[in-house]
Design a protein around this ligand. Structure first.
Ligand SMILES: Cc1ncc(C[n+]2csc(CCOP(=O)(O)OP(=O)(O)O)c2C)c(N)n1
Length: 688
């Protein structure tokens, strides 16, 4: 169909609405054109429905973007961020026009995709399609959980909506089904999703790839679905939003038949409007066609701005009204009110870690997953903000908080979550919960399946979100399930994510220290990598450095028995620390003095001062690394004087100890390799 014919079928909104919508459209067009980079099509097509939401429904305060009971808005289709920046600017957030003119430039507050923490009003970093939708599910879960915990009859202090704007790409991604299914199952009635149903993706029409009935799909998930046929029909979109809010029992999907690149005579309804600037000539034609001044660019009519800026007064009064309700609540429930403030501020209660567990060898052997489960039970009882679960592996990952109940459909007071076998959504939901604030979210699965949740883990690290992952069955030592379940490259994979703290504790006591660190950190994700198999418990009397050593990432667990410097350093992580200790004893009988360095976190160790690292690993000493994972990465610590006992192939199916033995994780091999390094160094030493 010719673009003009399409245009003619679209209803014209009242004049002021139209002026406002076109202001958004052309700010976005000019931003992309000036940067000569970005996506003008989605903003042009979705401006009207976004306007309907921001003008008629969304409760927010541009002058205090973080007040706790605001509605959340996530632009899951992050590539369309010019629209979001335009909305933030015109409604009065701290995002001056100058910033819009610096779209996608170094140091600006208007990056190429929305980045949480960089731009006031951006609630989530989006861009990897589908993630934002699942973040929204996480935020709606947080709202439901906090409401169940804090609201009292006549005192709804947690009472807001989560809105998400999605595109075809968001709904094509598998995570949308995972997250949609969870949201429907949980009856998250305050989650409302607007779908820019523009029939176009990068390669062309959605007829190429995406022909299922999306409405039927979400209805089958248990969603309330509505369709708005005319994209610029603000009133109908507003009505649909009202219906969605009135539907308290089901999440809502509103598909709006939008037109990518709306108004562009040569690009509307084509993929050409998607990912590049319209071009000066097309910008001119589009503006002329819609009675918009061709220059100056970034034209913002006074009348439109005045209308948009009413959001400030509206937001102030919504916030003030909430604050007075909160005051009344605080008078009646002072403890609850103080507790609400505490969790929103991410403050930990006094004494939260006093007398946390201390294990003795008599408790062992104990898998670190089991030790972690015991810590979770205690922390969970002291920190009611802890909320999480597992991707259908709870009995294996030991992630349950006994007595804390299940988070269940319409019964949202429980803190144990059942994510189902949906790792990608679990990761993104945890991010949404952390972004919402008020909770310490955690989630678990087998370590090998962290690959299914890499995208949200990467975003958690990027946004410094305090999310805790509990990954069990951490090496080939898990045994019989074989190579499909034996993680090899995952350790180096996670360590390579900037900002991700990976902790692989050696025993139950290192696990306690790891949890203390994870909870106390408050910023950035922590991945706990835990064993399936039992491990000896290290005696705190013999190894008193454990509690202070773990937070440093690496420390001397057992030094050379000699008063002088050791002959060699054995670095080990997790279950292999015990092998290193045994190797040290055996080497001693062979006249070799070894130091054992336990390194539960290479990331944290790398962040210590040069002096500290030099104390632990003097530059001129040979090193043997023992880790049941890919050897990649260790070389950076030590250079040529290194030998590594690691894994550089996939594992095999056999009982765990057998597999370990076949891959060289034996005392014999430790000693053999240690001698090998020593011999090599002797060979290299200059002749006396
Ligand atoms: C996970 C992921 N894969 C690929 C991309 C690259 N990408 C950006 S937008 C897009 C699809 C665009 O289609 P649609 O979602 O319908 O957006 P619209 O064309 O309406 O702007 C793709 C593949 C991405 N951002 N995220």
């Amino acid at each position: 169909m010719a673009p003009s014919a399409t245009l003619a079928t679209i209803a014209t909104p009242p004049a002021l609405d139209e002026l406002c919508i076109n202001t958004l459209r052309f700010l976005a067009v000019d931003m992309v054109q000036k940067a000569n980079s970005g996506h003008p099509g989605l903003p042009m097509g979705s401006a009207a429905m976004a306007y309907a939401l921001w003008d008629r429904s969304l409760t927010f305060n541009p002058h205090d973007p973080d007040w706790p009971d605001r509605d959340r808005f996530i632009l899951s289709a992050g590539h369309g961020c010019a629209l979001l920046y335009a909305l933030l600017h015109v409604t009065g957030f701290d995002l001056p026009l100058e910033e819009l003119k610096k779209f996608r430039q170094w140091g600006s507050r208007t990056p190429g995709h929305p980045e949480f923490g960089k731009t006031p009003g951006v609630e989530a970093t989006t861009g990897p399609l589908g993630q934002g939708l699942a973040n929204g599910v996480g935020m709606a879960i947080a709202e439901a959980a906090l409401g169940a915990r804090f609201n009292r009859p006549g005192h709804q202090i947690v009472d807001h909506y989560t809105y998400v704007l999605v595109s075809d790409g968001d709904l094509e991604e598998g995570i949308s089904s995972e997250a949609g299914s969870i949201a429907g199952h949980q009856h998250l009635g305050k989650l409302i999703v607007l779908y820019a149903d523009n029939h176009i993706t990068i390669e062309g029409s959605t007829e190429l790839t995406f022909t299922e009935d999306r409405m039927a799909r979400f209805a089958a998930f248990g969603w309330h679905v509505q369709r708005v046929e005319r994209s610029n029909d603000v009133e109908t979109v507003a009505l649909a939003l009202n219906n969605a809010r009135e539907e308290t029992d089901r999440p809502s999907l509103i598909a709006v038949r939008t037109h990518i690149g709306f108004g562009s005579p040569n690009k509307q309804d084509t993929a050409a409007a998607h990912g590049e600037a319209l071009g000066l000539e097309e910008v001119r034609l589009t503006k002329e066609g819609m009675d918009w001044p061709v220059s100056p660019s970034f034209h913002t009519p006074e009348e439109a701005l005045e209308h948009f800026r009413k959001a400030v007064a509206r937001g102030n009064s919504a916030q003030t009204e909430w604050e007075s309700r909160f005051k009344a609540y605080a008078q009646q429930y002072p403890d609850l009110a103080a507790e609400f403030q505490r969790v929103i501020d991410r403050r930990l209660p006094e004494g939260w870690d006093v007398g946390l567990l201390a294990f003795t060898p008599a408790d062992g052997p104990m898998a670190t997953r089991v030790a972690s489960g015991k810590v979770i039970e205690i922390l969970g009882s002291r920190l009611p903000e802890m909320m999480g679960g597992s991707a259908d592996l709870g009995p294996s990952t030991h992630t349950n908080i006994d007595g804390a109940g299940n988070f269940e459909p319409q019964d949202w007071a429980g803190r144990n979550m059942h994510f189902g076998i949906r790792e990608n959504a679990m990761g993104a939901i945890l991010n949404g919960m952390a972004l919402h604030r008020g909770l310490i979210p955690y989630g678990g699965t087998f370590f090998v399946f962290c690959d299914y949740m890499r995208p949200p883990m990467r975003l958690a690290a990027m946004n410094a979100l305090p999310v805790i992952y509990i990954f069990t069955h951490d090496s080939i030592g898990m045994g019989e399930d074989g190579p499909t379940h034996q993680p090899v490259e995952q350790l180096i994979g996670l360590r390579s994510i900037p900002g991700m703290v990976v902790l692989r504790p050696a025993d139950a006591n290192e696990t306690v220290a790891a949890w203390r660190l994870a909870i106390g950190r408050k910023q950035g994700p922590v991945a706990m990598v835990l064993t399936r198999q039992g491990l000896p418990v290290l005696d705190l009397n013999l190894y008193p450095a454990i509690p202070t050593g773990v937070p440093l990432g690496g420390y001397i667990l057992a030094d050379s028995p000699a008063t002088e410097r050791p002959d060699i350093i054995l670095i080990a992580t997790g279950s292999e620390v015990h092998l290193a200790l045994e190797g040290r004893d055996r080497l001693l009988t062979e006249g070799v003095h070894a130091r054992v360095v336990s390194m539960p976190s290479t990331n944290l160790f790398a962040a210590q001062s040069d002096e500290y690292r030099e104390t632990i690993l003097p530059a001129d000493l040979p090193i043997l690394v023992i880790e049941a994972g890919s050897p990649l990465g260790w070389q950076s610590f030590v250079g040529p004087r290194i030998a590594v006992i690691g894994i550089d192939t996939f594992g095999s199916s056999a009982p765990g100890p057998v597999v370990m033995e076949h891959y060289g994780f034996t005392v014999e091999n430790v000693c053999k390799q240690a001698h090998h390094v020593l011999d090599r160094l002797k060979e290299k030493a200059p002749c006396a």
